[in-house]
Unconditional design. Structure first.
Length: 318
């Protein structure tokens, strides 16, 4: 188990970020210690079936009352507005348990409804653990464009439950690896080289190796966010590959987010080599590592459609 201390600059309290097995069982005690007895739950698809009984037992043992529970999956602003108005007055804290869509919805609703509620995440997918749950950005979609409406607001806590990754389908697992590879490409050469030196099965089956990769990726993002919380400069590095990725996602639903990030990062590497800001060898290394992890590296979407979508992306300057 790893603890990564992180500073919540907005309200000057510790940002609790814990990584380990069985973290989902610890929420009740944490909420009791923080005197937050009324919890509203936003859950990902299948979460109730997997851990619902365990969750409620932990809440009951610690005197926590579940005042609202809802499965959320629609990240459009219209749907999220309706979601917010279902929260009862007895809500002391909103907890999102699931993947990146769940954490974005939770953070946005809690940051905006009734001028703000306390909130936290239990990240259960690889992509959510290494990217979506860390950093305080809570974005929702508008008219098909990704994360066009959002907030910067840090949660009270993030718990990354590694045991939940055992239930991930292979495709989602690989998609989550794309964000870890991106983090290595940005700021941790050793992390990037882990993927050059190990096959995909090693990350799936060797928990110590996966734990190392997850922890290093989170540290890359947390370190950048600590220096530039509101993306005024350095944090834009974290958008590597995302401009093309968001355009790809806008043009169709063929790819998962991590798959689109893989394609977008390869496209940027090729463009950088063409412009002379990176070597062809560096671009080839990026392409090979995504291929090694079984991720797509190209799309058949017409380039003119991509360019049109690019013009509306919030990360187009990154």
């Amino acid at each position: 188990m790893y603890n990564l201390p992180y500073t919540n600059k907005q309200i000057n309290i510790p940002y609790l970020l814990k990584i380990g097995n069985g973290k989902i069982c610890k929420i009740g005690k944490y909420l009791k210690d923080k005197n937050l007895p009324g919890v509203a739950l936003f859950l990902g698809d299948g979460t109730e079936e997997l851990v619902g009984a365990e969750l409620r037992r932990g809440f009951g043992d610690n005197g926590i009352n579940v005042v609202h529970s809802q499965v959320v999956s629609d990240i459009s602003i219209e749907s999220i507005t309706q979601t917010a108005f279902q929260l009862p007055p007895a809500t002391d804290v909103v907890v999102g348990i699931g993947g990146g869509i769940v954490t974005d919805i939770t953070g946005f609703v809690a940051s905006t409804y009734m001028r703000g509620l306390r909130f936290g995440f239990v990240a259960t997918t690889l992509l959510a653990q290494v990217d979506a749950s860390v950093g305080g950005k809570n974005g929702v979609n508008y008219e098909g464009y990704k994360n066009m409406v959002g907030t910067f607001n840090q949660p009270d806590f993030v718990l990354c439950d590694l045991s939940m990754l055992q239930t991930l389908p292979d495709r989602e697992f690989r998609a989550g690896l794309a964000e870890i590879i991106k983090a290595g490409r940005i700021a941790d050469r050793g992390l990037f080289e882990l993927f050059e030196n190990h096959p995909i099965d090693a990350f799936r089956n060797d928990q110590s190796l996966l734990n190392e990769a997850i922890t290093r990726a989170i540290r890359v993002k947390a370190d950048v966010v600590e220096r530039d919380e509101r993306e005024s400069g350095e944090r834009r590095k974290l958008n590597l590959g995302h401009t093309f990725a968001h355009a790809i996602e806008k043009c169709g639903n063929e790819f998962l987010h991590g798959e689109a990030v893989a394609i977008g990062t390869v496209m940027i590497a090729r463009l950088s080599a063409h412009l002379g800001t990176a070597t062809q060898d560096e671009a080839d290394r990026v392409r090979r590592v995504f291929e090694r992890m079984g991720l797509p590296i190209r799309t058949e979407i017409d380039f003119k459609r991509l360019v049109k979508a690019l013009k509306h992306d919030k990360k187009k300057e990154a």
